[in-house]
Design a protein around this ligand. Structure first.
Ligand code: HSE
Length: 450
């Protein structure tokens, strides 16, 4: 007869205690999901995994939402050390965000040999190399499915399902908040600010929504995917990121007329020379592309593996229950790791270095909006500079009625043929010097995917 399986010092039938650091949208979702589906989880793991939350770290217990009524007050603490060191806590879940206190909590849990579950992409993108080295040293895993694309199991897909593939590319809509905002601006004509307020009310946005709209939340997720796929540490300072703050209804209308939609797109691609392109930018994608149909808070990641070919992963990328779904899956994985050594599962580099392709050497076509002072000759002045840089123009548009002799325009939109971003940037720097140009030109990539 097989010997009874045991957790580290705990019998397999024992209930495992969870220390939940953070009890906001996702934390309370984890509480609800475990209460709703706890028995189901225990049943599905053959009785091996029974999870209960034994400590919750909050800033102020008095301010815990009234809606989460069943939580006994004695589980709350305001001291993260008390949570990590509590003998009743076997697994630590970090959901407080940020890269300072969160780092301390995760590092302390690993040193105490307590598996960690986190949804903190900023922490792992900025300080993951240190934390995964510690995870390896302590032989204690960090699980982070919830860090990328909410309820979509994309981390497991890359770590497990696609482990036998050389991954050629990822193209992803991986920030729910910005996708929601762009959608509401497109469909309901909302202002950027009104759409952001809605996304915050729905619990999609980060505690600091600047990260959602400036592209960095998506960039942190892209760094995690690229590091898993290509195995070398990626310095966030070396990648090109721009967000949706400068997207105007004009751009959305132009995109629509031209057969495109505007999306904040993360592109990760391995080139034939082994260099890796990684960038996050507002982009025009053809209405016929499947990613154009990703609306609201939904995320989608298209993965191209050499063996699997094209796959698309689609689902809710933010929000309470979808993100809690990923945290709970990781909790079960963490519980299993307490029973048996599963090996290191993070993104500790497996090669010393790799080459990140400079954004100046990445090429697409472009849509560029210029804020101009209307006067005869403006178009010629801009076109002359572009011609000198040997950049082809495929379209010029201005939103004025040509039959109105008094109409003045402010926005002038150019479409440019494919060229390197470096070449475009040099030309735009020169255009910006023209006295008819009032502010920095706004650039969108026109992406040809797949
Ligand atoms: N703020 C993030 C988003 C949540 O909007 O996608 C999930 O990471």
């Amino acid at each position: 007869m097989a010997p009874p399986s045991t957790f580290r010092g705990v019998n397999s039938c024992s209930s495992l205690g969870i220390g939940l650091a953070g009890f906001g949208t996702v934390g309370s979702g984890v509480w609800n999901t475990l209460h709703r589906n706890g028995q189901l989880i225990t049943g599905r793991t053959g009785g091996g995994v029974t999870l209960h939350i034994s400590k919750i770290l909050v800033r102020d217990p008095a301010r815990v939402r009234a809606t989460v009524t069943e939580v006994p007050r004695e589980v709350f603490t305001t001291d993260w050390r008390a949570l990590v060191e509590d003998p009743a806590v076997d697994i630590v879940v970090e959901l407080i965000g940020g890269t300072t206190d969160a780092f301390e909590i995760v590092a302390a849990a690993l040193r105490a040999r307590k598996p960690v579950v986190t949804g903190n992409k900023a922490l792992l993108a900025e300080r993951g190399v240190e934390l995964f080295a510690l995870s390896k040293e302590m032989d204690t895993p960090i699980h982070f499915e919830a860090a990328v694309a909410g309820g979509i199991p994309i981390i497991r897909t890359v770590q497990d399902s696609f482990i036998g593939n050389r991954i050629h590319s990822f193209s992803g809509i991986i920030n729910g908040t910005s996708n929601y905002i762009l959608g509401r601006m497109t469909d309901a004509g909302l202002t950027f600010e009104a759409a952001l307020a809605e996304a915050q009310a729905l619990g999609y946005a980060e505690a600091d929504p600047a990260l959602d709209v400036n592209g960095w939340d998506a960039a942190h997720k892209a760094i995690l995917l690229a590091t898993l796929a290509y195995g070398f540490p990626i310095d966030p300072k070396e990648i090109h990121v721009s967000g949706i703050e400068q997207v105007r209804p004009t751009d959305i209308a132009f995109a629509k007329n031209l057969g495109y939609v505007v999306k904040l797109l993360a592109v990760i691609r391995e080139h034939a020379d082994g260099s890796v392109e990684l960038r996050v930018q507002p982009s025009f994608i053809a209405k016929s592309n499947i990613l154009a149909s990703v609306h609201g808070v939904f995320n989608a990641v298209a993965v191209h593996g050499d063996a699997a070919g094209e796959s698309l992963f689609y689902g809710r990328g933010a929000g309470q229950d979808p993100t809690a779904s990923s945290v709970v899956a990781d909790l079960v994985e963490a519980a299993r790791s307490l029973r048996q050594t599963t090996g290191h599962r993070g993104f500790l580099p497996y090669r010393e270095s790799g080459e990140l392709r400079p954004v100046s050497e990445t090429s697409t076509a472009y849509y560029v909006r210029f804020d101009v002072t209307d006067r005869p000759g403006v178009v010629a002045e801009i076109a002359t500079v572009l011609a000198a840089h040997r950049i082809g123009i495929s379209g010029i548009h201005s939103p004025v009625d040509p039959s109105d002799p008094d109409a003045e325009f402010k926005d002038m939109v150019f479409l440019f043929h494919t060229c390197s971003f470096g070449k475009l940037q040099s030309a735009l720097d020169e255009v910006a010097e023209l006295d008819c140009i009032n502010s920095t030109p706004v650039v969108f990539r026109i992406e040809t995917l797949g």
